[in-house]
Design a protein around this ligand. Structure first.
Ligand code: AHR
Length: 513
């Protein structure tokens, strides 16, 4: 038997004996925290073609648009039910001066985007344009303030400009610029990555600055955004420790960034396509580290904030590969494959498990940059596998998480590393149905999963599955539908419900009673 096993595996035949079937058990009688819809938030930075060309083409463009925002991209994002957009950065935020982006567009100053490609930034997209986009999408707004090169006065005045309903000069200026009623700012962050591009600070120094700036950030009480202190990244928990104790001036949450690199090495991150299985495996292993990061930071929050006032906002996450050859390295353009969809779904399942604290996240980024939902080329647009994963998970927005247990899981092992084969998450959607998401990390083997709903009979499931033959399956402008979800359903047989989760797949199903 032992001698045969490697051969069987090499042939791609399931080697598990029948009694060792993977089982997923959901206990619908023990509802957990609500999964805030903003866990499915997006991020649009002034970076490469992430905004300009990608979404914004300007009102004079031949590409059909509404108020300068292209109709095809906005339409696709509306179908995704984007709940929240973060803007204008990222690193860009700490060099952004909001007054450059208001008033007549042809009179706005042209600056250099020093962080991203050294290209001209004509400030065509500013405060009013951003809120136009958010309102078209029906999305909440997350504005990231400039701590790095701005003053407390500049930041306070931006908030006044956006939120004041008085006759103040700033509110009148907003009205003169075409916006009578205040804008709705839902989240506001004081700086970004203060440990790096935001100013290379120590957490104690930032905490002092945060309190200093936050003192002056005033809005009408009913218009107060959730205030975000910009936190740490990767393994570094010191920022959460310091900020949860010292940056408590009206703070609603602490942010955190973690990117998934196949190699884990910034200088040679790994390719987006045509990668070996060893990099599929390392990508899975590295992205699953998100759970360790969240667990470690949440433990600190539980100690310093037992009333759970603070959210843990993962406001940048996703895959980061070597840039596509022939593109501007400062534009962070990368292709998006089935691997990205699997990464997204694994992270969603982790966020659901920590829904009590993880109340908002923003994948980097929405269009054309890093792990994008949409890729454009002039007037063409395509939807990526990550887009499809987000769409499949829509029922989890504002759903109530339910405990799910995976038993008899068969690890996926390659190149001396192992990760769980099946990742599962369940929730009761706003429509009352129980939804189950299953991710098979193994790129070679189908997983037979027995689904149990504790104490209840189930007759079957209906939903969708996303997979493909190749690990790097992706859509192109020639073949924009090369990879997309297909319907999936299964019926219980003698009270047993068996789901066949294909290799390297994301599956989301509604359970039928
Ligand atoms: O998302 C790209 C960049 O990554 C952001 O601007 C920055 O905050 C992070 O380092």
């Amino acid at each position: 038997m032992n001698l045969l096993k490697p051969t069987i595996l090499a042939l791609g035949i399931a080697a598990l004996p029948a009694f060792a079937q993977v089982s997923v058990t959901i206990d619908a009688s023990k509802p957990g925290a609500v999964i805030n819809k903003n866990v499915y938030g997006q991020f649009a930075e002034h970076l490469g073609t992430g905004i300009y060309e990608g979404i914004w083409v300007g009102p004079q463009s031949k590409i059909p648009n509404t108020k300068g925002w292209r109709n095809d991209v906005v339409g696709a994002l509306k179908e995704l039910k984007v709940p929240l957009v973060r803007w204008p950065g990222g690193c860009f935020a700490d060099e952004y001066h909001w007054r450059d982006g208001i008033g007549a567009r042809n009179k706005r100053p042209v600056k250099v985007n020093t962080h991203w490609g050294g290209v001209a930034e004509d400030n065509a997209v500013g405060t009013h344009e951003f809120f136009d986009l958010a309102e078209m999408l029906g999305a909440e707004t997350y504005v990231n303030g400039n701590l790095g090169t701005g003053t407390p006065q500049e930041m306070a005045e931006w908030l006044e400009y956006m939120t004041s309903d008085t006759k103040s000069t700033l509110a009148e200026q907003r009205r003169k610029n075409g916006r009578a009623k205040p804008f709705k700012v839902d989240y506001f962050a004081v700086g970004n990555e203060a440990w790096g591009c935001g100013g290379n600070m120590k957490p104690e120094y930032y905490a002092g600055l945060y309190n200093h700036y936050a003192t002056f950030l005033k809005t009408p009480p009913s218009a107060r955004p959730k205030m975000i202190a910009s936190g740490g990244n990767d393994n570094d928990t010191k920022w959460t420790e310091v900020l949860s104790k010292d940056a408590a001036r009206g703070t609603d949450g602490i942010s955190f960034h973690y990117y998934t690199l196949p190699t884990g090495v910034w200088e040679k991150k790994g390719a987006a396509t045509a990668f070996p299985e060893s990099e599929w495996m390392s990508t899975m292993a590295n992205t699953l580290r998100m759970e360790d990061h969240i667990r470690n930071n949440v433990a600190i929050l539980d100690k310093n904030d037992p009333q759970k006032k603070l959210g843990f906002y993962v406001d940048e996450w996703g895959t980061w590969y070597d840039v596509e050859e022939g593109t501007n390295p400062g534009f962070l353009f990368q292709r998006n494959t089935l691997r990205d969809a699997v990464v997204a779904a694994l992270n969603f399942n982790i966020f659901h498990a920590y829904a009590e604290r993880v109340r908002m996240t923003n994948i980097a980024q929405m269009v054309n940059v890093l792990q994008a939902m949409i890729i454009t080329d002039k007037d063409k647009m395509l939807l990526t596998p990550t887009y499809h994963a987000y769409k499949m998970y829509i029922p989890f927005q504002d759903a109530t998480s339910l405990p799910s247990t995976v038993s008899n899981d068969k690890l996926y092992t390659a190149n001396g590393k192992s990760v769980p084969g099946i990742s599962a998450s369940a929730a009761r959607g706003k429509d009352g149905k129980v939804y189950v998401a299953l991710v098979n990390t193994n790129p070679r083997e189908t997983s037979d999963v027995v689904l149990n709903l504790a104490g209840q009979n189930v007759s079957g499931v209906n939903g969708q599955v996303l997979t493909s033959e190749a690990m790097d399956a992706h859509n192109t402008f020639d073949k924009p539908q090369a990879i997309k979800p297909v319907p999936y359903s299964a019926k219980a047989d003698n009270g047993k419900l068996l789901l066949k989760v294909p290799a390297k797949a994301v599956m989301v199903v509604a359970v039928e009673a």
